[in-house]
Design a protein around this ligand. Structure first.
Ligand code: PAF
Length: 252
């Protein structure tokens, strides 16, 4: 597996890839788990060359402390990527992605303001900006994203359409623990007690007759609920457990 840190190295590598090869990109923020591995597996099956980026993007964290404490497990991640048969790991630093500072940003002014966007101002601007930068550097034909971040997935699909980009966005189903908790890098920040409570989010989203009843049941159980809303055939929800924010969605 080739490891690249510099944006210029990435551009040079990309220039020499044969035009006949299908390139798949899995963008990540590291702290890899089975959910990421399912994206890698799908990319490996469908593409000739698989590139994974690991970059904890500061511009999508509205709180710089949250960015600083985001789990980082780089050496473990690299071993997982090698085992998964990844061809290229792109591991840039912040100044490689934002050489100009972050003066140029990509804004969406509708869906990005709802749901998670209403509670994390600027979050999706950061996500769309970094994904656009990665798309320009790596020029993948296909890119893989998890359905757990359903709103993010819809926004990235919308961005690719709006800017006429020839990139196929490939959604991958949420991977769950045996008790139903959606896998997330943030789960490692939960205490044992919070971990046992966290499973309620998925259960309640699934069994409640409406979004508003799911929201009241979660609140009655003592969770701080950011939102529960139905959108495009899914019920989306976000709760806070101490300092950890968890999101999930179920198909209605
Ligand atoms: O879903 C994530 O891990 C991040 O939001 C992404 C898409 C890698 C952009 O930083």
């Amino acid at each position: 597996m080739i490891e690249l840190q510099l944006s210029e190295q990435m551009r040079q590598w990309r220039k020499q890839v044969s035009l006949k090869k299908v390139i798949g990109l899995v963008p990540t923020m590291g702290a890899l788990h089975e959910g990421h591995l399912s994206l890698l597996k799908k990319a490996r099956e469908e593409c000739d060359v698989v590139v994974v980026s690991i970059f904890v993007n500061p511009t999508q964290f509205e709180d710089s402390n949250d960015w600083a404490i985001y789990p980082k497990t780089l050496s473990q991640d690299i071993s997982l990527l090698k085992t998964a048969g990844v061809d290229v790991a792109f591991l840039p630093t912040v100044d490689q992605i934002y050489p100009e500072g972050d003066h140029f940003q990509l804004t969406e002014d509708s869906l990005s303001r709802l749901f998670c966007g209403a509670h994390r101002p600027g979050h999706f601007r950061g996500v769309l900006t970094v994904v656009m930068k990665l798309f320009h550097l790596i020029k993948p034909h296909q890119a893989y994203f998890g359905e757990k971040d359903f709103q993010q997935l819809q926004l990235i699909k919308g961005m690719v359409e709006a800017f006429f980009m020839d990139i196929k966005i490939c959604p991958c189903p949420t991977v769950r623990e045996a008790d139903g908790l959606a896998l997330s890098s943030r789960n490692s920040q939960l205490t044992l007690e919070q971990r046992s409570q966290a499973v309620e989010l998925h259960k309640i989203l699934q069994v409640s007759p409406s979004a508003s009843s799911a929201k009241s049941v979660l609140s009655q159980k003592g969770f701080l609920v950011d939102y529960v809303e139905d959108y495009q055939g899914r019920r989306l929800g976000a709760i806070r457990l101490g300092k950890v924010r968890l999101i999930d969605n179920v198909i209605l």
